[in-house]
Write a protein that binds this ligand. Structure first.
Ligand code: HEM
Length: 387
């Protein structure tokens, strides 16, 4: 699994070579695929966050209310909002992300990694994502946000229903499902999660709302973003990293011997199989970029997954090379929206991959990892491991 050419990577490579600033009529958005352009635009104040692109006037009344509520809710997410609101929210939640708070979770992460690995071994293996990395990432999210294992099922359903609305074209059924999920999630956050105040996030949000620094609706939006954005990429990256190292016995032996830092393999995984392909933006003011006219309101996808495979920046970019010395991948973004959970994500992936490679008895078979040909996010169809 040292090379991968899912359709999306082939498309991005073609765009980098031929039309690095590409207007896609069907998607109604610019796609920016070269590293230097993506890195520059991530810092460019002429681009703002995603705005609602739904025309409420054309939607029948009962669904219009649901769409209005969902768009207002999404507009409160850090990643879909601009400063000063977004900066105020980052500040409100920052205490949960300080290095001491993340470091304090190390022991808990380790014990979750061992526990989930124990179950995985007991059942004779299974699918690496479904049976190990995803349940692990959900447990860690539970510790960090402050919810119990018993809540996992409904949280996964609510997250899935909300993301169904975010990622698909407008559809009344998906909208109704997302609206119901939003209602249930809000009730749960306000009447259960915050009053309990377990875990760094719930404690920080409960204190912030009590001091009047953020509203209940803002707290709900933060929880929703952390739930939907923090579990999937960690579980995919941990599985990819484990499987890729398994394919390179040399590198794995050096990681085990402590002569190759596991952190390098983790960074290389994030570059090579960037979990979120796009940073979505909206043009705030007309300007010309690389000879193309950007108009206020145009949507722009900064293609992080393509920047991370740009041959102008990284040598042999399609190869997973944990010995690589080139730095600077953009998997966590850059600038004002830089991922707040980067340190936690790195720690999670490292702890699980280490536990897996130190604690797994010899496997009867491993892989191959099958990537789904997906745009938007890296998805694994399966990584079968038999013990
Ligand atoms: C491998 C795992 C992860 C990856 C690849 C990832 C990637 C990203 C990216 C690319 C952005 C910026 C998007 C943009 O500029 O539009 C972002 C933002 C963010 N991430 Fe992550 N993320 C990961 C895990 C996490 C985790 C575990 C958490 C917290 C539990 C988290 C919390 C956030 C937050 C709060 C933001 C919004 C920052 C803002 O808009 O100001 N992320 N993430």
């Amino acid at each position: 699994m040292s090379e991968s050419d899912t359709d999306s990577n082939a498309t991005y490579a073609r765009l980098r070579a031929t039309t690095p600033v590409f207007w896609d009529e069907a998607a109604g958005a610019w796609f920016i695929t070269r590293y230097a352009d993506v890195a520059a635009l991530l810092l460019d104040a002429r681009l703002g966050a995603r705005l609602s692109s739904v025309d409420l006037a054309g939607i029948p009344a009962p669904v219009r209310d649901q769409v209005g509520a969902l768009e207002a809710f999404l507009g409160r997410w850090l990643v879909f909002s601009d400063a000063p609101y977004q900066a105020r929210m980052r500040k409100a939640i920052a205490p949960a992300f300080v290095p001491a708070s993340i470091a304090a979770l190390t022991g808990v992460l380790r014990s979750h990694a061992r526990k989930h690995l124990g179950h995985f071994v007991e059942q004779g293996g299974g699918d690496l994502v479904h049976d190990l990395t995803k349940p692990f990432a959900l447990s860690v999210a539970g510790e960090f946000l402050g919810f119990a294992a018993a809540d996992h099922g409904r949280l996964a359903t609510w997250s899935g229903d909300i993301m169904g609305y975010v990622t698909a074209a407008f559809d009344p059924e998906l909208t109704a499902r997302a609206a119901a999920a939003l209602h249930e999630l809000s009730t749960w956050v306000l009447t259960s999660l915050l009053p309990r105040g377990d875990g760094p996030v719930a404690a920080t949000l409960a204190a912030g709302t009590a001091r009047g620094e953020l509203t209940g609706a803002e707290a709900v939006a933060i929880v929703a973003q952390l739930l939907t954005g923090g579990v999937e990429p960690v579980s995919v990256a941990a599985a990819v990293c484990s499987a890729a190292l398994h394919q390179q016995p040399d590198a794995l032996a050096r990681v085990r011997a402590g002569t190759l830092p596991l952190s390098l393999a983790v960074e290389e995984t994030l570059r090579w199989q960037t979990p979120f392909h796009f940073a979505p933006r909206r043009v705030r003011t007309d300007f010309v970029f690389q000879g193309e006219q950007f108009r206020a309101g145009d949507r722009v996808a900064l293609v992080l997954a393509s920047a991370n495979r740009d041959e102008r920046k990284f040598s042999r970019p399609d190869v997973f090379d944990p010995f690589r010395t080139e730095r600077g991948h953009l998997a966590f973004g850059r600038g004002g929206h830089y991922c707040m959970g980067a340190a936690l994500a790195r720690l999670e992936i490292e702890e699980l991959v280490r536990a897996l490679h130190d604690g797994l008895p010899a496997a009867r078979s491993w892989g191959p990892a099958e990537f789904a040909s997906s745009y938007g996010a890296t998805e694994l169809r399966s990584v079968p491991v038999l013990i």
